[in-house]
Design a protein around this ligand. Structure first.
Ligand code: GLU
Length: 344
Protein backbone atom coordinates (compact mmCIF):
# COMPACT_ATOMS: atom_id res chain seq x y z
CA UNK A 1 0.00 0.00 0.00
CA UNK A 2 1.44 3.42 -0.93
CA UNK A 3 1.81 6.09 1.78
CA UNK A 4 -0.90 8.78 2.18
CA UNK A 5 -0.72 11.19 -0.77
CA UNK A 6 -1.58 14.23 1.29
CA UNK A 7 0.12 15.63 4.39
CA UNK A 8 -1.77 16.38 7.61
CA UNK A 9 -1.35 20.16 6.95
CA UNK A 10 -2.83 19.85 3.47
CA UNK A 11 -5.78 17.92 4.85
CA UNK A 12 -6.36 20.64 7.48
CA UNK A 13 -6.28 23.27 4.72
CA UNK A 14 -8.83 21.36 2.67
CA UNK A 15 -11.07 21.02 5.72
CA UNK A 16 -10.74 24.75 6.45
CA UNK A 17 -11.87 25.67 2.93
CA UNK A 18 -14.92 23.50 3.26
CA UNK A 19 -15.98 24.64 6.71
CA UNK A 20 -18.21 27.44 5.50
CA UNK A 21 -20.10 25.12 3.16
CA UNK A 22 -22.30 23.32 5.65
CA UNK A 23 -23.51 25.84 8.25
CA UNK A 24 -26.95 24.18 8.81
CA UNK A 25 -25.31 20.85 9.62
CA UNK A 26 -22.93 22.56 12.02
CA UNK A 27 -25.90 24.11 13.83
CA UNK A 28 -27.59 20.72 14.14
CA UNK A 29 -24.43 19.11 15.49
CA UNK A 30 -23.97 22.00 17.96
CA UNK A 31 -27.52 21.51 19.17
CA UNK A 32 -27.02 17.74 19.64
CA UNK A 33 -23.65 18.29 21.30
CA UNK A 34 -25.15 20.84 23.73
CA UNK A 35 -28.05 18.53 24.59
CA UNK A 36 -25.80 15.70 25.78
CA UNK A 37 -22.60 17.49 26.90
CA UNK A 38 -23.81 17.70 30.50
CA UNK A 39 -24.85 14.06 30.69
CA UNK A 40 -22.44 12.69 33.28
CA UNK A 41 -23.49 9.04 33.25
CA UNK A 42 -21.08 6.22 32.56
CA UNK A 43 -17.63 5.24 33.66
CA UNK A 44 -14.28 5.72 31.92
CA UNK A 45 -12.67 2.32 31.18
CA UNK A 46 -9.98 1.42 33.69
CA UNK A 47 -9.32 -2.30 33.10
CA UNK A 48 -6.42 -1.09 30.96
CA UNK A 49 -4.97 1.19 33.66
CA UNK A 50 -3.71 3.86 31.27
CA UNK A 51 -7.21 4.43 29.81
CA UNK A 52 -8.45 5.65 33.21
CA UNK A 53 -6.51 8.90 32.65
CA UNK A 54 -8.98 10.09 29.97
CA UNK A 55 -10.83 13.35 30.69
CA UNK A 56 -14.51 12.36 31.01
CA UNK A 57 -15.72 15.82 29.95
CA UNK A 58 -14.30 15.55 26.43
CA UNK A 59 -16.98 15.28 23.79
CA UNK A 60 -16.64 15.64 20.03
CA UNK A 61 -18.90 14.92 17.06
CA UNK A 62 -17.71 14.99 13.43
CA UNK A 63 -19.49 14.23 10.20
CA UNK A 64 -17.44 13.74 7.03
CA UNK A 65 -19.18 13.32 3.69
CA UNK A 66 -18.16 11.16 0.76
CA UNK A 67 -17.39 14.34 -1.20
CA UNK A 68 -15.01 15.58 1.48
CA UNK A 69 -16.96 18.05 3.59
CA UNK A 70 -15.99 17.80 7.25
CA UNK A 71 -17.99 19.37 10.06
CA UNK A 72 -16.78 19.09 13.62
CA UNK A 73 -18.22 20.28 16.89
CA UNK A 74 -16.51 19.98 20.29
CA UNK A 75 -13.30 18.09 21.04
CA UNK A 76 -12.70 16.75 17.56
CA UNK A 77 -8.90 17.00 17.42
CA UNK A 78 -8.30 15.33 20.78
CA UNK A 79 -6.33 12.13 20.21
CA UNK A 80 -7.30 8.92 21.99
CA UNK A 81 -6.68 5.23 21.36
CA UNK A 82 -8.82 3.58 18.73
CA UNK A 83 -9.19 0.29 20.70
CA UNK A 84 -11.86 -2.00 19.25
CA UNK A 85 -12.71 0.41 16.45
CA UNK A 86 -9.54 -0.92 14.85
CA UNK A 87 -11.17 -4.33 14.42
CA UNK A 88 -13.25 -3.88 11.23
CA UNK A 89 -10.38 -2.06 9.52
CA UNK A 90 -7.82 -4.76 10.31
CA UNK A 91 -10.44 -7.29 9.17
CA UNK A 92 -10.40 -5.45 5.84
CA UNK A 93 -6.63 -5.81 5.65
CA UNK A 94 -6.89 -9.56 6.34
CA UNK A 95 -9.54 -9.86 3.60
CA UNK A 96 -7.25 -8.11 1.15
CA UNK A 97 -4.33 -10.31 2.17
CA UNK A 98 -6.14 -13.68 1.97
CA UNK A 99 -9.52 -13.30 0.26
CA UNK A 100 -12.96 -13.94 1.74
CA UNK A 101 -13.08 -17.72 1.89
CA UNK A 102 -9.79 -18.18 3.70
CA UNK A 103 -10.65 -15.49 6.24
CA UNK A 104 -14.10 -17.07 6.76
CA UNK A 105 -12.44 -20.41 7.45
CA UNK A 106 -10.62 -18.78 10.38
CA UNK A 107 -13.16 -16.26 11.73
CA UNK A 108 -16.97 -16.52 11.53
CA UNK A 109 -19.53 -13.73 11.12
CA UNK A 110 -22.14 -14.70 13.73
CA UNK A 111 -23.06 -12.29 16.54
CA UNK A 112 -22.38 -13.74 20.00
CA UNK A 113 -24.53 -11.77 22.43
CA UNK A 114 -21.54 -12.33 24.74
CA UNK A 115 -19.08 -9.83 26.19
CA UNK A 116 -16.32 -8.71 23.82
CA UNK A 117 -13.61 -10.51 25.79
CA UNK A 118 -15.45 -13.80 26.36
CA UNK A 119 -13.35 -16.94 25.99
CA UNK A 120 -15.64 -18.81 23.64
CA UNK A 121 -15.23 -20.40 20.22
CA UNK A 122 -17.77 -22.00 17.90
CA UNK A 123 -18.12 -25.60 19.14
CA UNK A 124 -18.18 -27.24 15.72
CA UNK A 125 -15.56 -25.27 13.83
CA UNK A 126 -13.44 -23.90 16.71
CA UNK A 127 -13.59 -20.55 14.95
CA UNK A 128 -14.08 -17.36 16.89
CA UNK A 129 -17.63 -16.16 16.28
CA UNK A 130 -16.86 -12.87 14.53
CA UNK A 131 -14.02 -10.39 13.98
CA UNK A 132 -15.48 -7.78 16.36
CA UNK A 133 -14.99 -9.78 19.58
CA UNK A 134 -11.45 -10.06 20.91
CA UNK A 135 -11.02 -13.71 19.90
CA UNK A 136 -11.97 -12.93 16.30
CA UNK A 137 -9.88 -9.77 16.25
CA UNK A 138 -6.80 -11.62 17.53
CA UNK A 139 -7.30 -14.34 14.88
CA UNK A 140 -7.71 -11.54 12.32
CA UNK A 141 -4.50 -9.82 13.47
CA UNK A 142 -2.80 -13.21 13.02
CA UNK A 143 -3.79 -13.06 9.34
CA UNK A 144 -2.09 -9.71 8.67
CA UNK A 145 0.65 -10.56 6.20
CA UNK A 146 4.29 -9.48 6.29
CA UNK A 147 7.77 -10.98 6.16
CA UNK A 148 8.39 -10.18 9.80
CA UNK A 149 6.80 -8.41 12.76
CA UNK A 150 7.99 -4.86 11.88
CA UNK A 151 6.61 -5.24 8.36
CA UNK A 152 3.24 -6.42 9.70
CA UNK A 153 3.07 -3.45 12.09
CA UNK A 154 4.01 -0.98 9.37
CA UNK A 155 1.40 -2.43 6.98
CA UNK A 156 -1.22 -2.07 9.72
CA UNK A 157 -0.20 1.56 10.33
CA UNK A 158 -0.11 2.33 6.58
CA UNK A 159 -3.65 0.94 6.28
CA UNK A 160 -4.93 3.28 9.02
CA UNK A 161 -2.93 6.09 7.41
CA UNK A 162 -4.77 5.57 4.14
CA UNK A 163 -8.15 5.80 5.93
CA UNK A 164 -7.18 8.89 7.94
CA UNK A 165 -5.06 10.68 5.33
CA UNK A 166 -2.15 11.23 7.69
CA UNK A 167 0.75 9.33 9.28
CA UNK A 168 -0.41 7.27 12.28
CA UNK A 169 1.22 6.80 15.68
CA UNK A 170 0.82 4.38 18.56
CA UNK A 171 0.27 5.59 22.13
CA UNK A 172 3.15 3.77 23.75
CA UNK A 173 1.86 4.15 27.33
CA UNK A 174 -1.49 2.58 26.45
CA UNK A 175 0.26 -0.14 24.45
CA UNK A 176 2.56 -0.99 27.37
CA UNK A 177 -0.36 -0.85 29.82
CA UNK A 178 -2.44 -3.27 27.75
CA UNK A 179 0.55 -5.49 27.10
CA UNK A 180 1.26 -5.75 30.83
CA UNK A 181 -2.34 -6.56 31.75
CA UNK A 182 -3.58 -8.42 28.65
CA UNK A 183 -3.53 -11.90 30.16
CA UNK A 184 -7.07 -12.67 29.08
CA UNK A 185 -6.26 -11.84 25.46
CA UNK A 186 -3.15 -14.02 25.68
CA UNK A 187 -5.32 -16.85 27.03
CA UNK A 188 -7.69 -16.42 24.07
CA UNK A 189 -4.74 -16.48 21.65
CA UNK A 190 -3.36 -19.68 23.17
CA UNK A 191 -6.75 -21.37 23.21
CA UNK A 192 -7.00 -20.71 19.47
CA UNK A 193 -3.46 -21.98 18.98
CA UNK A 194 -4.49 -25.18 20.78
CA UNK A 195 -7.26 -25.64 18.18
CA UNK A 196 -4.98 -24.80 15.27
CA UNK A 197 -7.00 -21.70 14.41
CA UNK A 198 -4.03 -19.34 14.54
CA UNK A 199 -0.41 -19.64 13.43
CA UNK A 200 2.56 -20.33 15.67
CA UNK A 201 3.47 -16.64 15.43
CA UNK A 202 0.58 -15.92 17.80
CA UNK A 203 2.89 -14.10 20.27
CA UNK A 204 3.70 -11.56 17.55
CA UNK A 205 0.04 -11.43 16.54
CA UNK A 206 -0.98 -10.58 20.12
CA UNK A 207 1.62 -7.79 20.11
CA UNK A 208 0.21 -6.61 16.80
CA UNK A 209 -3.30 -6.68 18.28
CA UNK A 210 -2.19 -4.64 21.33
CA UNK A 211 -0.54 -2.16 18.96
CA UNK A 212 -3.55 -1.83 16.64
CA UNK A 213 -5.71 -1.05 19.71
CA UNK A 214 -3.23 1.66 20.76
CA UNK A 215 -3.29 3.60 17.47
CA UNK A 216 -4.09 7.26 18.17
CA UNK A 217 -7.07 8.81 16.38
CA UNK A 218 -9.34 11.82 16.80
CA UNK A 219 -13.08 11.80 16.27
CA UNK A 220 -12.44 13.70 13.04
CA UNK A 221 -10.22 10.79 11.94
CA UNK A 222 -13.03 8.37 12.77
CA UNK A 223 -15.48 10.36 10.65
CA UNK A 224 -13.06 10.37 7.70
CA UNK A 225 -12.53 6.63 8.14
CA UNK A 226 -16.31 6.19 8.13
CA UNK A 227 -16.64 8.41 5.06
CA UNK A 228 -13.99 6.30 3.32
CA UNK A 229 -16.14 3.21 3.85
CA UNK A 230 -19.29 5.16 2.95
CA UNK A 231 -17.64 6.07 -0.36
CA UNK A 232 -16.65 2.53 -1.32
CA UNK A 233 -13.14 2.59 0.11
CA UNK A 234 -11.66 5.86 -1.18
CA UNK A 235 -10.57 8.52 1.33
CA UNK A 236 -12.68 11.59 0.42
CA UNK A 237 -9.91 14.05 1.32
CA UNK A 238 -6.81 12.47 -0.20
CA UNK A 239 -8.59 10.36 -2.86
CA UNK A 240 -6.32 7.48 -1.85
CA UNK A 241 -7.92 4.04 -1.90
CA UNK A 242 -7.80 2.48 1.58
CA UNK A 243 -9.53 -0.82 0.77
CA UNK A 244 -10.70 -2.60 -2.34
CA UNK A 245 -14.35 -1.78 -2.99
CA UNK A 246 -15.72 -5.36 -2.99
CA UNK A 247 -14.64 -5.86 0.63
CA UNK A 248 -16.32 -2.74 2.02
CA UNK A 249 -19.72 -4.47 2.34
CA UNK A 250 -18.19 -7.21 4.52
CA UNK A 251 -16.76 -4.67 6.96
CA UNK A 252 -20.10 -2.86 7.13
CA UNK A 253 -21.98 -6.14 7.61
CA UNK A 254 -19.99 -7.18 10.66
CA UNK A 255 -20.20 -3.64 12.05
CA UNK A 256 -23.98 -3.75 11.59
CA UNK A 257 -24.48 -7.12 13.27
CA UNK A 258 -21.66 -7.19 15.83
CA UNK A 259 -20.11 -3.72 16.14
CA UNK A 260 -21.58 -2.42 19.40
CA UNK A 261 -20.65 -5.16 21.88
CA UNK A 262 -23.60 -7.04 23.33
CA UNK A 263 -25.82 -4.07 22.49
CA UNK A 264 -25.26 -4.75 18.78
CA UNK A 265 -28.71 -6.24 18.16
CA UNK A 266 -30.57 -3.39 19.81
CA UNK A 267 -28.32 -0.86 18.10
CA UNK A 268 -29.06 -2.41 14.70
CA UNK A 269 -32.75 -2.31 15.61
CA UNK A 270 -32.98 1.21 17.03
CA UNK A 271 -30.20 3.15 15.28
CA UNK A 272 -29.60 1.06 12.17
CA UNK A 273 -26.23 2.63 11.28
CA UNK A 274 -23.32 0.16 10.83
CA UNK A 275 -20.99 1.25 13.62
CA UNK A 276 -18.12 0.19 15.84
CA UNK A 277 -17.29 1.43 19.29
CA UNK A 278 -14.18 1.12 21.43
CA UNK A 279 -13.43 1.27 25.14
CA UNK A 280 -11.43 4.46 24.55
CA UNK A 281 -14.80 6.22 24.08
CA UNK A 282 -14.89 6.42 20.29
CA UNK A 283 -17.65 5.41 17.88
CA UNK A 284 -17.44 5.31 14.09
CA UNK A 285 -20.69 5.11 12.12
CA UNK A 286 -21.20 4.71 8.37
CA UNK A 287 -24.17 5.85 6.29
CA UNK A 288 -23.32 4.15 2.97
CA UNK A 289 -23.08 6.48 -0.01
CA UNK A 290 -23.44 9.54 2.24
CA UNK A 291 -21.13 10.12 5.20
CA UNK A 292 -19.18 8.88 8.17
CA UNK A 293 -19.83 9.86 11.77
CA UNK A 294 -17.09 10.07 14.41
CA UNK A 295 -17.82 10.54 18.10
CA UNK A 296 -15.54 10.82 21.10
CA UNK A 297 -16.73 10.78 24.71
CA UNK A 298 -14.91 8.52 27.19
CA UNK A 299 -17.59 7.57 29.78
CA UNK A 300 -18.99 4.13 28.87
CA UNK A 301 -22.20 2.35 29.76
CA UNK A 302 -22.23 -1.14 31.29
CA UNK A 303 -21.81 -2.76 27.85
CA UNK A 304 -18.76 -0.68 26.91
CA UNK A 305 -20.34 1.88 24.56
CA UNK A 306 -19.88 5.64 24.92
CA UNK A 307 -22.97 6.99 26.72
CA UNK A 308 -23.06 10.36 24.94
CA UNK A 309 -22.06 8.67 21.70
CA UNK A 310 -25.09 6.38 21.83
CA UNK A 311 -27.44 9.29 22.55
CA UNK A 312 -26.00 11.46 19.76
CA UNK A 313 -26.16 8.68 17.15
CA UNK A 314 -29.66 7.72 18.20
CA UNK A 315 -30.84 11.31 17.77
CA UNK A 316 -29.12 11.70 14.38
CA UNK A 317 -30.69 8.47 13.17
CA UNK A 318 -34.19 9.33 14.37
CA UNK A 319 -34.20 12.97 13.23
CA UNK A 320 -32.85 12.26 9.78
CA UNK A 321 -34.12 8.79 8.93
CA UNK A 322 -30.63 7.27 8.81
CA UNK A 323 -31.69 3.73 9.75
CA UNK A 324 -30.43 1.30 7.09
CA UNK A 325 -33.91 -0.18 6.66
CA UNK A 326 -35.83 3.09 6.60
CA UNK A 327 -38.24 3.08 3.68
CA UNK A 328 -40.89 5.56 2.60
CA UNK A 329 -39.19 8.16 4.80
CA UNK A 330 -40.45 11.70 4.20
CA UNK A 331 -38.73 13.71 6.97
CA UNK A 332 -35.69 15.99 6.80
CA UNK A 333 -32.65 14.58 4.97
CA UNK A 334 -29.26 15.41 6.43
CA UNK A 335 -27.32 15.17 3.17
CA UNK A 336 -29.57 17.86 1.63
CA UNK A 337 -28.28 20.30 4.25
CA UNK A 338 -24.71 19.98 2.99
CA UNK A 339 -23.59 22.10 0.08
CA UNK A 340 -24.17 20.12 -3.14
CA UNK A 341 -20.53 20.09 -4.23
CA UNK A 342 -17.25 20.29 -2.50
CA UNK A 343 -15.66 23.77 -2.84
CA UNK A 344 -11.91 23.28 -3.13
N1 GLU B 1 -7.69 -3.43 23.57
C1 GLU B 1 -8.93 -3.73 24.17
C2 GLU B 1 -8.97 -5.17 24.63
O1 GLU B 1 -8.54 -6.03 23.93
C3 GLU B 1 -10.00 -3.44 23.17
C4 GLU B 1 -11.31 -3.55 23.79
C5 GLU B 1 -12.38 -2.72 23.16
O2 GLU B 1 -12.21 -1.55 22.78
O3 GLU B 1 -13.47 -3.29 23.10
O4 GLU B 1 -9.40 -5.48 25.71
Amino acid sequence: MSPPATTADEVDLLIGRMKTAAAPVREILREIHARYADNDEGKVADYIPELAKADRRRFGITIATVDGQVIDVGDCSQLFTIQSISKPFVYGLALEDHGLEHVLSKVGVEPTGEAFNSIVLDEKSNRPFNPMVNAGAIATADLVAGRDFPERVSRMLAMFGAYCGRPMYIDNSVFMSERLTGHRNRAIGHLMLNFGMVSDRIQDSLELYFQQCSVLVSCRDLAVMGATLAGGGVNPLTKQRAIQQPYVKYLLSVMHSCGMYDYAGEWAFRVGIPSKSGVGGGIVGVVPGQFGIGIYSPPLDAKGNSVRGILACQELSERFGLHAFESGYSGPVLRDLFSPTRST
